[in-house]
Design a protein around this ligand. Sequence first.
Ligand SMILES: CC(C)(COP(=O)(O)OP(=O)(O)OC[C@H]1O[C@@H](n2cnc3c(N)ncnc32)[C@H](O)[C@@H]1OP(=O)(O)O)[C@@H](O)C(=O)NCCC(=O)NCCS
Length: 236
Amino acid sequence: MATTMQFGESYQERVYLPGGEWVRMRLLRPGDKELLHKGFNSLSAHSRYKRFLAVKKTLSKKELCYFTEIDQEDHFALCIVGWDKKSKQDVGIGVGRFIRLGKDSDCAEVSLTVIDRMQGKGIGRLLLEKLIVAATERDIKRFRFECLPQNQEMKKLVQKVCPIVEFKNDAGIMIADAVITERETDSRQHSLNMFEGLIDLMGGFAAETLKLQSGIGFEMVRPSLDALFELRGRVG
Ligand SMILES: CC(C)(COP(=O)(O)OP(=O)(O)OC[C@H]1O[C@@H](n2cnc3c(N)ncnc32)[C@H](O)[C@@H]1OP(=O)(O)O)[C@@H](O)C(=O)NCCC(=O)NCCS
């Protein structure tokens, strides 16, 4: 794997979600079997059905190996991990993966999963945008998605992120074939996320300082707070 790749083995980034939570994004590793298993167990039956297109009650050891012991080239997976303050442990939030359809093919099949309580917060979109960048680094030019025809969330997500897409129905499965193009919005959006996170941290710090040091006149801190809120307005 070339070292200049953004999505090489050491790839890791912190992402600030619009809901106000920091999460980490990195490549899925062989050591993530338990994390993946727990994440799968936390999914509703409905989400599992939408992901696997069948009733799926458990992930076997063999499947856990298949999903985590991957070459990150023809079979690539990214995960989003949060921190559970109660158990003081990582918690799996989402996984995005693609698997090249045959040796030398420039097409890969994509799957996305976000745990139920975190759905609808932009994580699926973020994962898909990152997968596109990782795929173009691996000479993949097309993505295939196989979903239930009633999976409108997925359909809308694909349409938003992949403007060049064709949908067809094959034996009760909705197949979306998309030509992928790396868009400049990816890194820009990330910078905005990081920027907003920084502003939040600074705002929180200023508020704490005000609470702790009641001796500081509010008027002294007021200009910095105003500047922060003005900045946030411009970013948003
Ligand atoms: C499909 C899935 C990955 C989407 O992830 P997500 O984090 O919930 O989606 P996002 O919040 O990023 O939403 C992205 C877009 O999808 C669409 N979308 C998401 N949830 C939606 C919903 N409940 N209804 C309609 N559209 C929805 C919207 O267009 C949204 O963009 P917008 O917020 O700008 O309007 C997630 O719902 C999931 O894991 N579902 C179960 C497994 C699955 O279906 N996998 C797909 C088969 S491989």
